[in-house]
Design a protein around this ligand. Structure first.
Ligand code: ZN
Length: 142
């Protein structure tokens, strides 16, 4: 899945971050966030392990820095407390380990209901009724 290009998936990354910048924890709105490559392209991929929601300012400032160096810089510049820095570093570890998978359940449910709506429902509904009739007939026989 391309979490960088697909708007619905970008939204899921933002939700995973609790609508806050992954780096500086500033609140993000639907129109004020960017999806940031933790590891810049072309090396970094468009998977959820390499993408975070960030504010435009962090996106601009990070440049070629590694994510770890960047959050340490935010700490030195007073944007993060010591505790927040520790949390950011641990979140980066969890991200790389694949533990911060966005919740895509809603997307799959939507896709399935679209497929189910394409006329297959009536055929399937008829089968259980036939089976039930056959059983009743058999049970009534002495
Ligand atoms: Zn930020």
């Amino acid at each position: 899945m391309d979490f960088f290009s697909e708007p619905a998936l970008r939204e899921l990354i933002l939700r995973r971050e609790g609508s806050r910048c992954f780096y500086c924890l500033k609140s993000l709105g639907p129109s004020t966030f960017v999806i940031e490559h933790v590891l810049s392209r072309p090396t970094g991929a468009n998977g959820y392990r390499n993408l975070v929601a960030a504010c435009i300012s962090c996106n601009n400032r990070k440049g070629a820095l590694s994510a770890g160096d960047f959050v340490r810089m935010l700490y030195r510049d007073g944007f993060l407390s010591e505790k927040e820095l520790a949390q950011r570093l641990s979140q980066l570890d969890r991200l790389a380990a694949g533990e911060l998978k966005p919740d895509v359940t809603g997307l799959f449910l939507q896709a399935e209901s679209v497929v189910a709506g394409e006329g297959a429902a009536s055929q399937e509904a008829a089968q259980p009724r036939d089976a039930a009739d056959a059983q009743t007939t058999r049970a009534a026989d002495p």
